[in-house]
Write a protein that binds this ligand. Structure first.
Ligand code: ARG
Length: 619
């Protein structure tokens, strides 16, 4: 049951005050989460996860190369392997050439010779221009990698690098009494994936939904309710009725400027704890939260803690007092409180209005302090759209001035999404309901599934359509870099040709069907793995790189690194599949290929899991 329902229920007793109750329930949920965390930590002590890079041959090799370079030449940065070159690593030799006063190519030749002697796992070191391209011995890499996948299974790719440090990730954070927007959908999808990626790197993540459940817009809505509410419509479709009221308020306000003041007054009364308004407020938030939960359930998203902005109310007077005391803020003549930055690095902003009402930024400062105090995180990440960049800079800077380590806060912002249906505007009532968007995706996927595989039962078709339709929406988002504005098109999201969820999901199912047709995959014997054909080598090299992709994605806060990796893996798998017969092969070749297929399936599954996308064995 969501927190607002609990508040509304408790308010059946007239002596209960909404915000006192909210504080109690919120704190109880925080306590519950802390207990769950310590329990999970105890269980995981017994889990045999790799400590860091050492369980993964590819990362171990990389480590050795960098150690060698650092020791011999005083640098250890590797370059990205250029496109079209299928080497495993590339060493850029420009800076060392400069220091030595020789040509980059000469430096590269020297380094290539030296490193071959030092690192036994290197098969070839080729010089092109100022680079050394390193090719590792695919046979050894293959054996070690398959061992790693076979033993770690669903944990392949994970590590304990984060050492259980706590990270708070705030994501989704829609606004109550309004339909969730596509921007919130992005935040939800990106935040959930970041959470999984951080967890896979050994961090303990607390996911928080910072619902916008406070502020003048609630005064406006409460006023609109008092004037124009249609009870029947509200009973049937509360979110649509709230949207209608919101739109109506803004329409009416065009001709009646006093409405804005009436809205403000209503909010002041609510903030002061007016019982009737607070009960209405709790009801509105409760139906909204039900609606959000429906969307989270469709997407398979589970956020640990929902604490709306109103939860932090009681902490704001103290925040303001400290800001005044430390001369971070001043009280203006009209009674409002403003933070001014001495160096004028950012424009000033208000913590409280002249009527004393608290503001968004003040609630954010209180929320940040609460998170620090409760969870002692090494990092707090805000997954919020790019239009709030200035707001977060101001808030983080203020937190720093208050004595907190401002380096702990990061705004992982993202660009806008445009839908084929055009731009949304809540005020004007032009919205796309996310539920409709998701259902349409499922419906379109169902048609594709039925065409591709008519002999499936209806229940199977339904399950596949859901996994594909929802996966398509998620992957469309996560396959593009976070900061970019993205375009949603059905053709791209549901493409079978590549770089889409269905493309990856079908590859997984194909791999699983090969494994199934083979009957028993032979018990794994490392020595039986003999990587020979070129396409076997290429595939195993890709399989070996999942742990690196996960590591990069976490450090960069960029799920698309995992998506890009998976797409490249599946392309390699398709070529392998075309060139290397599996079931008709014999002896060690068959055994090796079967293990490669099974490992590929495992890697696709693990990777898609990190993006929040389901896989099915049969499609
Ligand atoms: N509810 C806000 C909005 O929809 C987003 C909240 C972002 N998080 C925060 N801590 N300010 O714009």
């Amino acid at each position: 049951m969501n927190i607002y329902r609990k508040i509304a229920d408790a308010m059946q007793d007239p002596s209960v005050s909404a915000f006192v109750e909210e504080e109690k329930i919120g704190l109880a949920e925080v306590k519950h989460i802390k207990e769950a965390i310590s329990q999970k930590e105890k269980q995981e002590e017994f889990l045999d996860l790799p400590e860091g890079e050492d369980a993964y041959p590819f990362l171990t090799y990389k480590h050795s190369i960098r150690d060698f370079l650092r020791g011999e030449y005083g640098f250890d940065e590797l370059a990205e392997v250029p496109k079209g070159v299928d080497a495993d690593f590339a060493i850029p030799c420009f800076s060392i050439a400069m220091i030595k006063g020789i040509k980059p190519q000469e430096a590269a030749i020297e380094i290539a010779e030296a490193i071959k002697k030092e690192c036994a796992f290197i098969e070839r070191a080729e010089v092109t221009g100022g680079y050394v391209n390193i090719y590792v011995d695919a046979k050894a890499l293959g054996q070690e990698t398959i061992v790693s996948v076979e033993t770690l299974k669903e944990h392949y790719g994970a590590s304990r690098a984060g050492k259980r440090a706590k990270v708070v990730i705030e994501y989704s954070s829609p606004n109550a009494a309004k339909p969730m927007s596509v921007g919130h959908l992005r935040s939800t999808i990106i935040g959930e994936s970041l959470k999984k990626i951080y967890e896979a790197q050994g961090f303990t993540v607390i996911g928080i939904d910072h619902v916008g459940d406070f502020g003048t817009q609630f005064g406006k809505l409460l006023y609109a309710i008092s004037q124009w509410k249609d009870d029947d419509a509200f009973a049937k479709e509360p979110v649509k009725e709230m949207l209608r009221l919101y739109v109506k308020f803004h329409e009416e306000a065009k001709s009646d400027p006093t409405l804005e003041d009436k809205g403000r007054e209503m909010f002041q009364k609510l903030e002061a704890g007016d019982a009737k308004l607070a009960r209405q407020w709790a009801d509105l938030c409760a139906v909204s939260a039900d609606d959000f939960e429906k969307i989270y359930a469709m997407l398979g998203v589970k956020i640990d803690l929902l604490l709306g902005e109103s939860f932090y109310q009681s902490r704001i007077p103290d925040v303001i007092a400290r800001c005044l005391e430390k001369n971070i803020a001043v009280k203006n003549e009209d009674g409002s409180v403003a933070v001014n930055f001495a160096d004028e690095e950012f424009p000033s902003f208000l913590l409280a209005k002249k009527d004393g009402s608290s503001l968004y930024a003040a609630r954010d400062i209180a929320a940040a302090e609460f998170r620090l105090e409760q969870f002692d995180p090494v990092k707090i990440i805000y997954v919020v759209g790019g239009e709030q960049t200035l707001h977060f800079r101001q808030v983080f800077k203020t937190l720093g001035l208050l004595g907190h380590d401002a380096g702990k806060f990061t705004h992982d912002s993202f660009g806008l999404v445009s839908l084929p249906e055009g731009k949304m505007s809540t005020r004007e009532g032009r919205v796309i309901f996310l539920e409709d968007l998701i259902n349409e995706s499922i419906e379109r996927a169902r048609k594709i599934v039925a065409e591709k595989n008519p002999e499936l039962t209806d229940a199977e078709k339904k399950e596949i359509a859901e996994a594909v339709g929802i996966g398509a929406i998620i992957y469309n988002d996560l396959s593009q870099s976070r900061e970019k504005n993205i375009q949603f098109t059905w053709d791209r999201a549901l493409s079978m040709e590549g770089n889409s969820a269905p493309y990856l999901q079908y590859a997984y199912a194909r791999a699983m069907s090969i494994v199934k047709k083979a009957g028993d995959v032979p018990v794994f014997v490392k020595e039986h793995i003999v990587i020979e054909a070129e396409q076997e080598q290429k595939l195993v090299r890709m399989i070996a790189r999942l742990p690196e992709a996960v590591q990069h994605a976490q450090v960069a806060g960029a799920p698309h690194i995992v998506a890009t990796y998976l797409n490249a893996l599946v392309q390699e798998f398709s070529r392998f599949y075309n060139e290397c017969p599996v079931l008709t092969a014999e002896g060690a070749t068959r055994e090796t290929r079967l293990h490669l297929v099974r490992a590929t399936a495992q890697v696709i599954k693990n990777g898609l899991f990190l993006l929040g996308i389901r896989t099915l064995d049969r499609m």
